[in-house]
Design a protein around this ligand. Structure first.
Ligand SMILES: Cc1ncc(COP(=O)(O)O)c(C=O)c1O
Length: 394
């Protein structure tokens, strides 16, 4: 291991991203080794019995995983972190760790759709009840929704697809007053632009698949917790047998090193595209809290230090043929799930199909855009031609 152990507390956020996990490197090599490990052997029985040895079994950690965990914990400002094989695995693991039969959870209506399905599926089967609440719910109204058995308030801010910003500190205060935990899906900000623990959260989850990995070539999820929750969480994470593959962990750490510069360009590009879309006659609304005209802008400005490259536009109803004409002809925007890589992506969505706390009644169609690191002139030209096809075909 490197002898250098930085005093992270004194370092700025960008230096932390570079210095984190470096103590797990060896032989002067800049990056940690990629340990492909199941069995770890011990020199003698006394060492085997010593529960303080840092590595006991591949699933329970290697220098590769420790380096990533340290980097994620420092990024999030958490006590510590663990990784799972996907963002969805991180969500289900965190919920199973902190909830038990008979508990009630308040989950935001704008949550990532498979998280909603998990709540209505496996959690419901386990006897855990979920109530969905509007992202604009006031602290007083949230307090009115708390039950004696409400164990968790689950937020995602900004929310999936429509990017409503929540007043997380105020909602966290309500949760804590009623003895519940505040948990957030912090993927949009990558933990870099929203410091969940400074804003009252106890648990922060990320699909590391997105900006932490950053190159669309690995799937991972991260769970970071406060110190108070750590030992319970760690025990449950181990009971569930969670761990992540060494190559994916390595790719995540490599992505974290350049997170700041990538996000800065994603934000710069996304803002240019969002502003252009806002002035387009065929775009009814752009959902992106960094836009000064966005309803969530003031809260975003108060609590976030930047914006990612993920936004949506709302288009008038013109039918599937017009939507296909627009999307199929795009040359630079790939049609596909996920986001957070270096490339631009497009995906249609229809919140009316799943929002329940506040039914979505607005006619039309949503189109999610991930704005990558390309030249914005090229992206705008591609979108301009796409919107022309949409209007013509409608
Ligand atoms: C906000 C959010 N959370 C969690 C996930 C799940 O991550 P993964 O695809 O790695 O399971 C996604 C994936 O799109 C997401 O957008």
């Amino acid at each position: 291991m490197s002898k250098k152990k930085p005093q992270f507390d004194t370092l700025g956020p960008r230096t932390r991203l570079i210095a984190a996990g470096r103590e797990f490197t060896e032989h002067g090599v800049v990056n940690p080794g990629v340990y492909h490990a199941s069995t770890i052997t011990f020199d003698d029985l006394a060492t085997y019995r010593d529960m303080t040895v840092p590595y006991r079994y591949g699933r329970r950690g290697t220098p590769t995983s420790r380096a990533v965990e340290q980097a994620v914990a420092l990024l999030e400002g958490a006590h510590d972190a663990r990784l799972c094989p996907s963002g969805m695995a991180a969500i289900s693991t965190a919920l199973m760790c902190f909830l038990k039969t008979g508990d009630h959870m308040l989950m935001v209506d704008t949550v990532y759709l498979p998280a909603r399905k998990f709540a209505g599926g496996i959690l419901a089967k386990m006897g855990i009840e979920t109530t969905f609440f509007d992202p604009a719910t006031s602290p007083a109204d949230l307090a009115g929704m708390m039950r004696p058995n409400t164990r968790m308030v689950y937020a995602e801010s900004p929310g999936s697809q429509t990017y409503e910003v929540m007043d997380v500190p105020a909602l966290a205060e309500v949760a804590h007053k009623h003895g519940a935990l505040m948990c957030i899906d912090n993927t949009w900000s990558a933990g870099h632009y929203f410091k969940a623990f400074e804003h009252g959260c106890d648990v922060s989850i990320q699909a590391a698949t997105k900006y932490l990995v950053g190159h669309s070539d690995a799937m991972l999820g991260a769970i970071a917790t406060s110190e108070a929750l750590w030992s319970d969480f760690r025990a449950a994470y181990e009971e569930l047998g969670q761990c992540a593959g060494p190559d994916d962990l390595y790719l995540c750490l490599r992505g974290i090193r350049t997170l700041d510069v990538r996000l800065e360009r994603h934000m710069k590009n996304a803002l240019v595209v969002a502003e252009w879309l806002s002035g387009h006659d065929d775009v009814e609304e752009v959902f992106y809290p960094a836009l000064p005209s966005s309803p969530g802008h003031a809260l975003w400005k108060r609590d976030f230090t930047g914006a990612s490259g993920l936004l949506s536009m709302w288009l008038a109803p013109k039918g599937e043929k017009a939507l296909a004409a627009m999307i199929d002809g795009l040359e630079l925007f790939g049609l596909g799930a996920s986001w957070g890589g270096y490339e631009s992506l497009v995906l249609p969505f229809a919140p009316a199909k799943y929002r329940s706390a506040t039914p979505w009644t607005r006619p039309g169609v949503g189109v999610r855009l991930h704005i990558g690191l390309e030249d914005t002139e090229d992206l705008i030209a591609d979108l301009k031609a796409g919107l022309e096809r949409f209007t013509k075909a409608g």
